[in-house]
Structures are given as structure tokens and as C-alpha cells.
Design a protein around this ligand. Structure first.
Ligand code: PLP
Length: 379
């Protein structure tokens, strides 16, 4: 099989071989971290060390970190836990959140537990702070859900201002930080956030493990055993947790060079895209200061492209996304792009390139060349 050009890091990053090596002994080890014998205690010790590592990186207390099966569970847990524990009746949410948030908010509204209010956004997908404040005046003590970086278009939100507004109006703030955790940007002592969510497979850790930071205890999403201080029933994924903590520590240690690498690639891709496809229309905020350094989303005009481009690129070994991994395959045009004002037909033509630490400029060139070939343009 020819080697793949992988440009879908926002969907999932490859596992770092060093992380894999750290995990292996724990995959093989016998025992359950809740057992009191030596085998169980060894796993519990490793797990608690991982919790402390993550807490120190985020400047949180270890007891504020709850291990989950990933970002989706962490978002569900924060939303449902906050609503039930704090008896909240209104959720103000960013309409371009990941479905882990929007579908949970919609479900809570359908169940009659909350009223859900979308927060107005601008053309680039940024929350309108004045509109948020108006909503907060009307519905103080709400739960506010606004992510740090959008997974489809990369737009960053003014999270510190949002957190300050939430504090002023006694609202709780859930910030989905899944896409930025690996950039080493998250420190919960710097902005008054109540919930932060993360997923290891977005920062070169394994799939199927993540965590929720919560300032104050909330109800468990699952019923069962008393693991995670009775806040998340179920035997923990010890190997995944150990790998996640190692991956996050590495990410924080290398954050400056990693961010610089991503930024260089973004500037390069933007330049090459505009040279080869001057007709390309960019989606979301693409300014270096306003967007994720590893994500770019764009579309080509209907005269050039159809909605099958992702498949054409796949056939020649180039992996990119048309929408988020979770929505692709559903056949639905992206809710994020439609929230920016794109028609369903325009949204179907979008391409998301996302890159990471193993990406080099020539990978981007090869992908753009493949795009030209797919469109029968001279390369
Ligand atoms: N939130 C955001 C912003 C994401 O990008 C993703 C995954 O793409 C998730 C939540 C869900 O994370 P997981 O795949 O670990 O369930």
C-alpha cells in the first residue's frame, strides 16, 4: 500500500511511539486498580501519578480531574452533571460546538430539564460577547458552553472574556478544550472556568481515554461502582490513562516548538493554496492570532468542485476531512459551516486540512497537487 498523506490530525493524532512504550507494561499487567492487593495497588499508584501529572500541568488539584472514555463522555458528564447537581435550568451554548455538546444540550432540552439558548456568533464563528452578556442578564446562573477552538474551522473563542462574564453573572462555564489541550494552552488558574474537557487521541495519546476537569464535584454520569471518588463508575483504563498523562506532559514540555511548527505549516499551506487555487474561499477565522495553528477549512467554487473531493483525495492516499470525523458518514452538511451562513450545498464542498508534528511541507504540496489532479487541473 502506498504511504498515506495524513492530514486529519483534528480527527485523531497518530499515537506517539514513546507513549505506546509507556503504556505497554500496563496493558499486560494483571489487576484492577480498585483491588486492595499488590497487583491492584500498583495500578492505582500509576493512575494516581498520572492524575497528579495532569493536574500539575493544568494547575488544578488532582481531585478535580476525572478520567473518562474521551472528550464526548467528558462533555456529556459536565453538562448533565452541572444541570443535575446545581439545578440549572438554562444553557447558553455556542451553536458551533462539537456534537458532543450540541446533541447533549438538545437532549437535555427535549427531556424538559433545561431551556437551551444559542449564543449569536459572527461570520467567522466568534461568540458575540455583548449578545452573551444580554443572555446572561436575562438568564443569570446559567450553564455556558463555549469551546476554545473549533474542530472544523479552527476559530478561537475569547475564552478569558467569556469566563469573566460568567463569573460576573454567576454562571458556570464549560470550555471544551479538546482541540487545544495538546498545544499546552490550558491553565485553569488563569481564567475562572468551571469545566474543561480533553481527549488523549488529540495529543498523540491513545483513543478512548480523556478527562474532565471540574472545579467542584458533580453527579456521576454513570451508575455502578464508586470509582473516581464516586463521580465516574467503571474500571479505569489504566494503560490509556498512563499514556495520556505521558503524552500531555510531553505536549506541555514541547509546546513552544510544536506551536511554531504548526504555525509555519499553516502559513505555508495558506500561501500554496492561494497560489494554486486563488478561487478558494476560506472558512472561519484564519488569522494567526484568531485560529488554531493546525486547522484550515476552505471550499472551491461549484464550477470547480463537487462534494466528492474527500473521496477523490482518499483514492490517491490523501486523508483529509469534509467535516468533523463524527459527522462525516452521516451525510449531513456541517452544522458549523451552516451556522456561519453557508448553504448546505456550500457546506458539502468544504475541505478541512489539519496537520501535526509528523507533517512536513511536502505533504501539504502533495495534497494540493492531488487536489489539482482530482479537479483535472494542470499541476
Ligand atoms: N470536542 C471536540 C472539540 C472534538 O474535536 C472532539 C473530537 O473530535 C470531541 C469533543 C469528542 O472527543 P472524543 O473523540 O474523544 O469522544
Amino acid at each position: 500500500m502506498p504511504s498515506l498523506i495524513y492530514l486529519d490530525y483534528a480527527a485523531s493524532t497518530p499515537l506517539d511511539p514513546e507513549v505506546e512504550a509507556v503504556m505497554l507494561p500496563y496493558l499486560r499487567a494483571p489487576g484492577n486498580p480498585s483491588s486492595i492487593h499488590a497487583a491492584g495497588r500498583a495500578l492505582r499508584t500509576a493512575m494516581e501519578e498520572a492524575r497528579t501529572t495532569i493536574a500539575e500541568l493544568l494547575r488544578a488539584d488532582p481531585g478535580q480531574i476525572i478520567f473518562t472514555s474521551g472528550g464526548t463522555e467528558a462533555d456529556n458528564h459536565a453538562l448533565r452533571g452541572a444541570v443535575e447537581t446545581q439545578k440549572l435550568t438554562h444553557i447558553l451554548y455556542n451553536p458551533t460546538e462539537h456534537h458532543a455538546v450540541t446533541h447533549t444540550v438538545e437532549a437535555l432540552a427535549r427531556e424538559g430539564k433545561v431551556q437551551a439558548h444559542p449564543i449569536p456568533i459572527d461570520r467567522l464563528g466568534r461568540i458575540q460577547l455583548e449578545a452573551l452578556e444580554e443572555l446572561l442578564k436575562k438568564y443569570p446562573r446559567s450553564l455556558v458552553a463555549v469551546m476554545y477552538a473549533n474542530n472544523e474551522i479552527g476559530t478561537l473563542q475569547p475564552v478569558e472574556e467569556i469566563a469573566a462574564l460568567c463569573q460576573r453573572w454567576e454562571a458556570l462555564y464549560l470550555c471544551d478544550t479538546v482541540q487545544v489541550m495538546g498545544l499546552g494552552w490550558v491553565r485553569v488558574d488563569q481564567w475562572p472556568v468551571d469545566f474543561v474537557t480533553a481527549s488523549a487521541h488529540k495529543f498523540y495519546g491513545p483513543k478512548g481515554v480523556g478527562f474532565l476537569y471540574r472545579r467542584k464535584p458533580i453527579r456521576s454520569l454513570l451508575t455502578g461502582g464508586s470509582q473516581e471518588r464516586e463521580q465516574r463508575a467503571g474500571t479505569e483504563n489504566v494503560a490509556g490513562i498512563v499514556g495520556m498523562a505521558f503524552a500531555l506532559k510531553k505536549a506541555y514540555e514541547q509546546r513552544t516548538s510544536y506551536e511554531a511548527h504548526l504555525r509555519q505549516l499553516k502559513a505555508y499551506l495558506l500561501r500554496r493554496l492561494q497560489e494554486r487555487f486563488p478561487q478558494a474561499i476560506l472558512h472561519g477565522d484564519t488569522r494567526p492570532e484568531g485560529s488554531h495553528p493546525g486547522i484550515l477549512n476552505f471550499r472551491l467554487p461549484p464550477s470547480m468542485a463537487d462534494d466528492m473531493l474527500v473521496l477523490h483525495l482518499d483514492l490517491v492516499g490523501v486523508c483529509v476531512s469534509g467535516t468533523s470525523a463524527c459527522a462525516s458518514g452521516s451525510g449531513h452538511p456541517s452544522h458549523v459551516l451552516q451556522a456561519l451562513g453557508l448553504s448546505p450545498e456550500e457546506a458539502q464542498r468544504a475541505l478541512r486540512f489539519s496537520w501535526g508534528k509528523y507533517t512536513e511541507p511536502h505533504h501539504l504540496d502533495t495534497a494540493l497537487q492531488a487536489l489539482q489532479q482530482a479537479l483535472s487541473l494542470p499541476t
